[in-house]
Design a protein around this ligand. Structure first.
Ligand code: SF4
Ligand code: SF4
Length: 120
């Protein structure tokens, strides 16, 4: 489940809000998104994948929240790992990280109701 948005890293672009298939996150005018409905989180990692600033931590437990310490997570090296491992953005073209996540993207877009008609 999503556990943290690191305020210092977040640029308030709201990409995570837009991509979340279950509307877990809420826009806060003038601020960073809020984890508004954590119990609706599907642990799909899409918000981590789409966050260009590696400001989100999603824990592995999909059944219940596991509160984490911000400093421990910052020191862990886990932030951005999912995006890197899928070869996104600056990792595109690095042969160590092949992007297979495109296979899931339309599934989540369809769940979100955001896919253009006829493309899923
Ligand atoms: S892990 Fe998936 S369901 Fe959970 S907040 Fe992120 S995008 Fe939404
Ligand atoms: S995608 Fe990342 S930087 Fe953008 S609002 Fe969400 S947490 Fe902040």
């Amino acid at each position: 489940m999503i556990e943290l948005i690191i305020e210092d890293r977040c640029a308030a672009c709201n990409k995570c809000v837009e991509i979340c298939p279950t509307n877990v996150l809420a826009i806060v005018p003038g601020g960073i998104p809020r984890i508004a409905r954590q119990d609706e989180c599907e642990t799909c990692y899409m918000c981590e994948l789409y966050c260009p600033h590696d400001a989100i931590y999603v824990g592995p437990d999909c059944e219940r929240p596991e509160p984490v310490d911000k400093d421990v997570i910052l020191a862990s090296g886990l932030l951005g790992e999912f995006r890197r491992n899928h070869g996104w953005d600056e990792w595109a073209g690095d042969p160590r990280y092949t992007n297979e996540h495109w296979q899931m993207e339309n599934v989540f877009l369809r769940a979100r109701g955001a896919a253009p008609a006829g493309q899923v």
